[in-house]
Design a protein around this ligand. Sequence first.
Ligand SMILES: CC(C)(COP(=O)(O)OP(=O)(O)OC[C@H]1O[C@@H](n2cnc3c(N)ncnc32)[C@H](O)[C@@H]1OP(=O)(O)O)[C@@H](O)C(=O)NCCC(=O)NCCS
Length: 393
Amino acid sequence: MAQVVSVKNTGLRGITVADTKISFIDADKGILIYRGYRIEELAERSTFMEVAYLLLNGSLPGSGELKEFEKEVTAAREVPAYLYSCMKDWPKGAKPMDVLQACVPVLAMADPELAEESREANVRMAIRLIARMPVVVAAWHRVRNGLQPLASDPTLSHAANLLWLLNGKRPDEEMARDLDVCLILHADHTFNASTFACREVVSTRAHMYAGIAAGIGALSGSLHGGANAEVMKMLLELQSEKDIPGWVKARLDKGDRIMGMGHAVYKTIDPRARFLKDMAFRIGKKTGQSRWHELSTQIETAGLEEFKKRGKTEIQPNVDFFSAPVYHMMGIPRDLMTPIFAISRTAGWCSHIIEEKFAEAQEKPALYRPQAEYVGQYCGLMGCEYSPPEDRT
Ligand SMILES: CC(C)(COP(=O)(O)OP(=O)(O)OC[C@H]1O[C@@H](n2cnc3c(N)ncnc32)[C@H](O)[C@@H]1OP(=O)(O)O)[C@@H](O)C(=O)NCCC(=O)NCCS
């Protein structure tokens, strides 16, 4: 019998539960690596398509392989028509993350290879999921606004096509590239809550779509992917606040959190935040919206100062702190910020699902089955005596 180790009630912090070859974080130095490559290098020189290929296949593609992969993703963008019919009946106020999560099993029903269990079939499913997530998010945005969903443009990149599908306007090249870089930065992040949820679900031999639906549910929470929308809420509320340090102090005194700061793993600034901060500065200058970068920087400075006084110097900006103003300046509505995170993270989730299903980083697959200590009512091994409702006092 396996040795029992108690790590209970700590959210598994600091507990290594698996091996992975997909990504790596150096928490003290603030370094993130995908399949051996530094995130900064990928963000500067690569594309989201190349990164998705890298995550799924383990190595960067040659130019022929990349072209083929891009062609496959582009060709897989179309979603079944009944998905649009479903959407038309859904309440217009539904949260985009709920809609996205609900659409995943609908996409599963349309997948001709759902019952296939080979790695190749799972990679093809991953390609379809990566291709279709932006289509679903944009379609819901249009349907809820009484507009017809648009057809994808096969000449546009993944990011540019997403902006086209949302707005019905082809974005300029720089904006499309900036969004592509955001997708690269969010594509994977080791064993975060949503990735763990995906892996845990498929460890039961459930299919990839079941894992992805679980991942979307986990990502939606405000302590995880939902934080970008919360950051934007904070920025909008603080637009005319004169005393940012006073606001930060009061918030922390009350025991509330500064959204977009702190991380379960990093003990220093999140490398993705550093990158997005520069991007927010550049987009702000270009579009005449520098106030968002300035406001974020004021909150960051006041937050760091206040956390230092409280002996919590490790609480620093995370990826969501600057992605929120970046998306806002791109014209992306607040409640689509987390779905955009999901669009990107689908590449990482699918790669982890494949690694889990095919035990690519361990000897053989293992069903996750932790245990909990029972601390509830206990009447001995014979059990408590049952009495009918009318006899209970
Ligand atoms: C992400 C997060 C959950 C990680 O937290 P963690 O380090 O694993 O552990 P905890 O949540 O237990 O926090 C540890 C302590 O730091 C405090 N803390 C952490 N992040 C904080 C924040 N953003 N604002 C205020 N206090 C924070 C907690 O209140 C807790 O204080 P306590 O020990 O006095 O109770 C946390 O930093 C957070 O809630 N951040 C804001 C939400 C966010 O941006 N999420 C996106 C993450 S990418």
